[in-house]
Design a protein. Structure first.
Length: 115
């Protein structure tokens, strides 16, 4: 199983970014996919997750209405569209899944929101 994130960077408050996570090594369309984040000095927290078919999503209260998780099962890719970004969204963002009762993480992509 391999998860590779991309799309992070530096953005001003109020701006937008779209993260991508390319998955391989498992049957992507059978598994829930999630995005987590970890800010300096804080615990890793769940941002959003999406069901295997893409119809069921859930978000942390802190990002509801601003972030959208989606997936393209034909491309084995999950996305996180982040709008109206705030400085407190600054963190390393990780892609995550659990397959065969084992948790897998990507290497993370840094998102920095600063003027």
């Amino acid at each position: 199983v391999q998860l590779v994130e991309s799309g992070g960077g530096l953005v001003q408050p109020g701006g937008s970014l779209r993260l991508s996570c390319a998955a391989s090594g498992f049957t992507f369309n059978r598994y829930v996919m999630s995005w987590y984040r970890q800010a300096p000095g804080k615990q890793r927290e769940l941002v959003a997750h999406i069901g295997s078919a893409g119809g069921a999503t859930n978000y942390a209260d802190s990002v509801k209405g601003r972030f959208t998780i989606s997936r393209d099962n034909a491309k084995n890719t999950v996305y996180l569209q982040m709008n109206s970004l705030k400085p407190e969204d600054t963190a390393v963002y990780y892609c995550h899944t659990i397959t065969y009762e084992t948790a897998y993480w990507g290497q993370g992509t840094q998102v920095t929101v600063s003027s």
